[in-house]
Design a binder for this molecule. Structure first.
Ligand code: MN
Length: 737
């Protein structure tokens, strides 16, 4: 790893002679040693043929044309793409410019290479403009090309990168169009695919040609800032190296710089001056394993003081395009704040090369992270859309595992393979999903469970009376649809509230000497009419739901009903009355609410005291929030008992609960390096998942104060977890918070 990825290098276009020498087959040869012998030989043949085909053609710079495919191929070789992709990269302009046919390529290199070149040629012919309708069309075709083989778009991005690097050699009249296209189409694609290094370069180069004056001023300003910071950065690097050597933690430390375009964007969006931007420089630390990331964090926090609130764990919670790293900001030498990124090598590959890291990783280790990467893309798709993103309707779920379909307005939607009409409906909008009834797929009526195919045009038919059906859960593929359906059912929990209300009212009526709720028949009509007049409800059902949701107190309604029943000649049962008296104040099984952990509109687990199975609990019938389960020792609950005893209900845990519960814990530890790693591995061994970590350090004592939220099964499980944490050497004190 080197520090050479900073943006400043990109801004200087190289003299033609340097390009020519870099773009020789010999230099490509040194880059493709990861291929096997026959692979290298195939690439050599492709080079010879391409050289022959392009003979006599020149680039705008005056160089032989072959320098272009050679450089594009070298970029692909940096991603460790396979021999087929490299052959296609060498031949990518041959179909278009040299009068050969697709079958000529098939004959020499087989149909895969020919398909790749063909795909690239078709992309090249796409009229890419910024006009809305054509943009959608260009993107549609580009996505379909990618869906068939993502290598096409990787080669295309390499092609575009070289063309942008050499844009200065083309006539200035072309700059705005090509740079605009790059900024609007290619850079976002690179970003979506997680090819961050390419994304940054394309952004900076478009910026350079779209806003030359701004670009130049910023180049000068950063050059000055860089010169001023040189000593500081060197000293920082030395301090870091010493600290990590002392900690016996092997790592690669490199400096990094914000790109000009991101500085420009920050100045514009935050309305600040260049001098206000204080995160121009930073460091990246690459370590050997995931747990060493946390160890490295400890080393850093010992070396420099962290800025509170700036620690971000993108390892536990990766960013939308799969990015993983720990971020922290420290107060470095001379009081300058410096941002650090800590990651492992595979994380680094994904951070820089995104989708291409799949080949990179395979070439280096023989392992395949394709599946993992795909999974992360599928997961992203299920998350909420960041509306500020440029192509927010296009999700990056590429590869053959995705299908691309169209809305009636020609908007493209990417869905995982196997997705159905219902997934599509929810991807368009949740109200479309909630109301969907059937659909027209390519103009023909189709049922909701119909699986989608690439290129389908789908029109969802909705009806105001339609509502989500739990049976849909058996065929939907996306998490979005799944969670929306569940959400709907949860909010439509009237039946649950009704059941709860009935239970509460029946219970309260027993205390009044009546063993059942008056039926809703003509005989009881007058009683209910009067009761409803008293409560102001429109219907008996509404009244009972109100009871279930805690909007009304059951005992009050029961007292009124009892009086009405007595007025209508129905005397209370004295037996019930006496037993009610006996039971008064005691929790008998008939009076207890059984808590099985499933939460709904009518029952939730309190987030103030986080009760877990094994804790003594009590239910509080909140005003409109249904029954809230508190721990009996909870201070909130104790206060409620005093104030609002009427609304408290005895509650017990069910014997078979399958879910886990979140519980906050607090740890004091001597802040040696590796504390965090030891704690996390102790938790993993005790089978407790970490949901959240917060860490602060007491500056005078050096004692670290960690606050975690972990998921455990029961109070016994928690006790075991706490015991095993207490055995971790640097841990001084551990307790449930
Ligand atoms: Mn080209």
């Amino acid at each position: 790893m080197s520090a050479s990825r900073c943006s400043a290098k990109l801004s200087k276009s190289k003299p033609a002679s340097v390009n020519a020498s870099e773009a020789s087959f010999a230099s490509l040869l040194t880059k493709i040693q990861y291929l096997d012998r026959s692979g290298i030989e195939t690439v050599r043949q492709a080079y010879r043929w391409a050289d022959e085909l392009h003979l006599g053609q020149l680039r705008n710079s005056g160089e032989p044309y072959i320098t272009h495919p050679l450089t594009v191929t070298a970029l692909c070789a940096d991603w460790k793409l396979d021999a087929q992709a490299l052959c296609a990269a060498l031949l990518h302009d041959a179909l278009e410019d040299c009068g050969i046919a697709k079958r000529d390529i098939i004959e020499r290199f087989g149909s895969t290479v020919a398909d790749l070149v063909d795909g690239l040629t078709k992309l090249e012919k796409l009229p890419v403009t910024s006009r809305e309708e054509n943009q959608a069309e260009s993107f549609r075709k580009m996505l379909l090309a990618m869906a068939s083989d993502v290598r096409v778009i990787l080669i295309k991005l390499a092609d575009r990168t070289h063309n942008m690097r050499t844009l200065g050699e083309t006539p200035p009249s072309k700059w705005a169009r090509i740079a605009g296209e790059t900024q609007e189409i290619y850079a976002p694609i690179a970003h979506r695919l997680g090819l961050n290094q390419t994304y940054r370069e394309l952004q900076d180069l478009s910026f350079k040609y779209l806003r030359p004056w701004r670009y130049q001023t910023l180049t000068q300003a950063t050059a000055k800032a860089r010169a001023r910071a040189r000593d500081l950065v060197q000293r920082g690097q030395k301090d870091l190296e010493a600290a990590f050597t002392k900690a016996k933690l092997p790592c690669t430390i490199s400096g990094r710089e914000k790109t000009l375009f991101s500085i420009y964007r920050k100045m514009r969006t935050k309305h600040v001056n260049f001098s206000d931007i204080n995160d121009l420089f930073g460091f990246r630390i690459v370590v050997g394993s995931l747990s060493e990331c946390y160890t490295a964090l400890g080393v850093l926090h010992q070396l420099y003081k962290p800025v509170p609130g700036r620690f971000k764990d993108h390892i536990a919670i990766p960013k939308a395009n799969g990015y993983q790293s720990l971020h922290t900001t420290l107060i470095g030498p001379s009081g300058v704040t410096v941002e650090f990124q800590i990651r492992t090598e595979p994380m680094h590959w994904i951070a820089e090369s995104g989708v291409a890291a799949h080949w990179l990783y395979k070439a280096q280790t023989g392992h395949n992270i394709g599946a993992q990467w795909l999974q992360s893309l599928v997961d992203i798709q299920n998350e909420t859309v960041d509306a500020s993103e440029f192509w927010d309707h296009v999700r990056v779920d590429l590869f053959p595992d995705a299908v691309y379909v169209f809305t009636p307005k020609n908007k493209i939607m990417a869905l995982p393979r196997g997705a159905t009409v219902v997934d599509f409906a929810y991807a368009v909008h949740s109200t479309i999903g909630d109301r969907c009834m059937s659909a027209r797929v390519n103009g023909e009526l189709a049922p909701l469970r119909t699986g989608l195919k690439n290129g389908d045009r789908i029109e969802v038919i909705t009806a105001p009376v339609s509502q989500p059906n739990p049976a849909w859960l058996s065929f939907v593929r996306t998490g979005r649809a799944r969670s929306k359906i569940r959400h709907y059912m949860k909010t439509q929990a009237q039946s649950q509230s009704l059941a709860m209300g009935q239970k509460l009212l029946a219970q309260a009526l027993r205390s009044e000497g009546y063993d059942q709720i008056p039926p809703q028949d003509t005989a009881s009509q007058a009683i209910w009419d009067k009761a409803l007049r008293f409560t102001g409800n429109k219907s008996v059902e509404e009244l009972i739901i109100d009871l279930g949701l805690g909007k009304r107190v059951a005992s009050v309604v029961a007292k009124r009903l009892a009086r009405l029943l007595a007025e209508f000649g129905l005397a209370p049962n004295p037996l019930l009355l006496s037993s009610a008296l006996l039971m008064n104040g005691e929790s008998t099984s008939s009076n207890q609410i059984i808590v099985d952990g499933s939460e709904s509109a009518s029952m939730t687990i309190s987030s103030c005291c986080h009760p877990i199975p094994g804790d003594d609990i009590v239910g509080y019938l909140g005003h409109g929030e249904g029954l809230v389960i508190h721990s009996t020792s909870c201070s909130v609950a104790t206060r409620l008992v005093r104030k609002d005893a009427d609304r408290m209900m005895a509650a017990v845990w069910s014997d078979d609960i399958e879910r886990s519960f979140i519980v906050p814990i607090q740890i004091d530890a001597a802040d040696g390096h590796g504390v965090l790693a030891q704690i996390t591995s102790a938790l993993a061994a005790a089978d407790a998942n970490i949901v959240h970590i917060d860490m602060a350090q007491e500056p005078t004592t050096g004692i670290a104060d960690l606050r975690l939220r972990i998921a455990v099964q029961t109070a016994d499980h928690l006790a075991q977890v706490l015991a095993s944490l207490a055995r971790v050497k640097p841990v001084l004190n551990v307790k449930r918070a």
